[in-house]
Write a protein that binds this ligand. Structure first.
Ligand SMILES: [Zn+2]
Length: 353
């Protein structure tokens, strides 16, 4: 009987160890199950043995078992992420450094010194590689569109989406939170910078659910709807910006089907700008947004794909020197790094391919 009990325990231990290498949570559940089974069986077998002997035997055998389980649980807990996942190395991992450099401040929604002058007339933006990388932020009707508000004689830089206070508001694309605080007329505000080059803006929230520098995924609840700031009732004020400049979110979001219009956006400069209308026929933001559609994907060529490569600027480096080193022209190098004007900043990562 003694032999049988210890064989059972060894077998249980081996089983636990084998499972432990494949699936932790599953193993934990199994552990508890097996432990209960072992206890029940032990109890049945030890019913006729005097208490002192039974306890002593159980203690030594289970001590090994318990230690192993406790050790494992402690290890797992230490490994499990606590709270939100924060950006560990902001300098290296900031989203869309090509367009924004290392500027990542929560002091402003629009950086005043950045203008659209330096960007081309049409920019190809890969919004998502797969539609699973997108989430409609709030599936409800638009109560006030983007454009010039004649009633107030001022521009409206986003769309107002109907909601009830407390409704969860979801992040549109993967990215990193740039602003998460109360911000003037916006009320409780969240701004997320995305890897695709865009920023999305969520205003009037009743509660913010994220922190600055937090890494977020499409579909994560960034906050809850409300009516904070300059607002007349609960709604989501939602903006989409490129290079801090807003354009009508309806260019990318289809509010009829609650879907993304396209995976690749050819962002035209005429999509920007809200000025007081002089000639009602020429208002870009009133254009038919359904022209933005998924374009047929060009067949893959045999040419190897060019990989993006970065180089950390060292003391004494010049545009010319780095360009030569990576066999590109100085103009090409500058066009790959539009956020850098003047001398190369020492210690900063620049794109070289
Ligand atoms: Zn609004």
């Amino acid at each position: 009987m003694k032999i049988r009990t210890s064989t059972l325990l060894v077998a249980t231990l081996l089983m636990v160890l084998a499972i432990g290498t494949t699936d932790n949570t599953y193993a934990q559940k199994k552990n508890t199950k097996n432990k209960k089974k072992t206890e029940q069986k032990d109890k049945a077998k030890t019913d006729n043995i005097p208490d002192s002997i039974a306890t002593a035997k159980k203690d030594s055998a289970e001590a090994v078992f318990e230690n192993d389980v406790i050790d494992k649980v402690v290890r797992e807990e230490a490994q499990a992420p606590k709270g939100p996942v924060m950006l560990t190395d902001p300098k290296r991992n900031l989203p869309s450094k090509m367009w924004y450099g290392v500027h990542f401040s929560d002091a402003y929604v629009k950086k005043p010194s950045v203008t659209l002058d330096s960007i081309p007339d049409e920019i190809k933006i890969t919004l998502v590689k797969d539609y699973s990388e997108f989430c409609f932020p709030m599936k409800n009707v638009i109560t006030s569109p983007y454009g010039w508000r004649e009633r107030w004689d001022r521009p409206h830089r986003g769309v107002d989406i109907a909601l009830n206070t407390g409704d969860p508001v979801k992040c549109a694309f993967n990215g990193v939170v740039r602003i998460a605080k109360s911000f003037g007329g916006y009320g409780n505000l969240v701004v997320v910078r995305h890897y695709n080059g865009l920023e999305t803006v969520y205003g009037h929230l009743s509660r913010i659910n994220v922190k600055q520098m937090q890494v977020v995924k499409a579909g994560d609840v960034i906050g809850y709807g409300g009516s904070t700031g300059h607002s007349t009732g609960p709604h989501l004020h939602f903006e989409v910006r490129f290079q801090y400049e807003p354009f009508d979110p309806e260019w990318i979001l289809d509010f009829k089907n609650y879907s993304l219009r396209t995976r690749v956006l050819y962002l035209n400069k005429t999509y920007f700008g809200i000025s007081k209308p002089r000639n009602k026929k020429d208002i870009a933001y009133k254009a038919d947004k359904s022209i933005v559609k998924e374009r047929p994907i060009t067949p893959a060529t045999n040419a190897p794909k060019k990989k993006t490569e970065y180089y950390t600027v060292k003391r004494g480096d010049t545009w010319e020197k780095v360009a030569k080193k990576y066999k590109v022209s100085e103009t090409q190098l500058k066009s790959m790094n539009p956020s850098i004007t003047g001398k190369l900043p020492v210690g900063e990562d620049i794109r070289v391919h």
